[in-house]
Ligand binder design. Structure first.
Ligand SMILES: Nc1nc2c(ncn2[C@@H]2O[C@H](COP(=O)(O)OP(=O)(O)OP(=O)(O)O)[C@@H](O)[C@H]2O)c(=O)[nH]1
Length: 343
């Protein structure tokens, strides 16, 4: 139950047919430039949002990264439950992905990335006189913040990349940004790239809720409706206390009316301003006021279904097909072991 006082859930699933598409020209140009520069890159840091460990995966990066060494960084870990980290590590390890969790406000948390880069650079100083790391990811996952944090941690220097609360701040590849002197490590910032067409409309809603899609492109009313649906199904989220409303509800109209009255969101003439109430509700989630939350389901079946769907959407390279086969093999072995334990 989400709030004190009890709630009868009136919906069993969230149905939304229309996906959100946002793929402006600078993203296409950015992808092309990333592909062109990839041969000069030694390591790729693929940044994702820890609140949506699956929905923030953009398979286009796997295609342009190819066989380059890659580390997956789940940023904004301060906004996601610590408890998800083991499940995510396990699932990604099955897909041969090394995973780190970061919060860009904490030096010790981003230092792990410098550790990975240094290890590669020191393994062959002749091959890597300077190590070049490209930071890629969906919009607003915190790529530029991560670069600034690495620079602060590595060489105690100020901001080198522009950041902002809205998606699409970085619009082109940066020049190389120094983040470590010994061994020399340089980072390249890149524009956030969306999936051109997200096949699952609910995944698109999750990306928009976490700030990856501009609010004027996503339908804020739908985002708020999904957020309420999800909050009601997560244990221990007391949104009533956070919002200052009396009782939980599964009806977004009712919640926004109450919230609008509570925060005094009124238009001229005294009519309730439900848009303002909607934005207040979304902001409360985005700033972590409802606590650490994860919007993706991480049980093995849901994860397998997610990868199945995204594989159908994007043709896989040969090495990706081999990886997918290995992951499916491991998954089947785990399922068999699990069912043997249950017997
Ligand atoms: N809570 C939290 N917020 C973060 C973290 N890292 C970045 N942010 C915030 O996330 C927002 C987006 O950060 P950016 O670094 O501009 O994101 P980006 O991925 O470079 O964005 P694009 O320009 O769209 O590609 C900013 O408001 C940051 O302050 C983090 O670890 N935790």
């Amino acid at each position: 139950m989400a709030c004190a006082g009890g709630l009868r859930l009136t919906r069993t699933s969230f149905v939304h047919e229309k996906s959100i598409s946002w793929f402006p020209g600078h993203m296409m140009a950015g992808l092309r430039e990333m592909r062109d520069q990839m041969r000069t890159v030694d390591l790729v840091v693929e940044t994702r949002d820890a609140r949506i460990p699956l929905s923030s995966i953009n398979r286009q990066f796997e295609q342009i990264v190819g066989r380059k060494r890659r580390v997956v960084v789940y940023n904004k870990a301060d906004l996601a439950p610590v408890a998800i980290q083991d499940a995510v590590r396990r699932e990604m390890a099955m897909r041969d992905q090394q995973v780190l969790f970061t919060d860009t406000s904490i030096n010790r948390s981003v230092k792990k990335i410098l550790g990975v880069a240094s290890e590669i650079a020191l393994s062959d100083p002749v091959k890597y006189p300077q190590l070049v790391v490209m930071v890629v990811g969906m919009p607003n996952v915190g790529k530029s913040s991560l670069i600034n944090a690495l620079r602060r941690t590595g060489i105690n220097r100020g901001k080198a990349a522009s950041t902002g609360a809205k998606p699409g701040v970085t619009r082109a590849l940066s020049s190389r940004i120094r983040v470590l002197d010994t061994p020399p490590v340089y980072l390249v910032d890149t524009p956030g790239v969306m999936i051109p067409h997200i096949p699952d409309p609910v995944a698109a809603i999750k990306v928009a809720l976490t700030g990856g899609i501009k609010d004027n492109i996503a339908d804020e009313a739908v985002l708020a409706d999904y957020l309420l649906f999800r909050l009601n199904r997560l244990d221990g989220v007391d949104y009533c206390s956070v919002l200052g409303i009396d009782a939980p509800t599964d009806d977004i109209g009712e919640l926004l009316q109450k919230l609008g009255r509570k925060i005094g969101a009124l238009r001229r003439g005294g009519e309730l301003d439900l848009d303002k109430a909607t934005q207040h509700f979304l902001r409360a989630f985005r700033t972590g006021r409802f606590g650490r939350l994860c919007l993706d389901d991480l049980d093995p079946q849901s994860v397998a279904a997610h990868f199945q769907r995204s594989a159908e959407d994007l043709p896989l390279s040969r090495s990706q097909q081999a990886k997918a086969r290995r992951a499916a093999h491991r998954q089947r072995a785990m399922d068999r072991a699990r069912s043997r334990n249950q017997d």
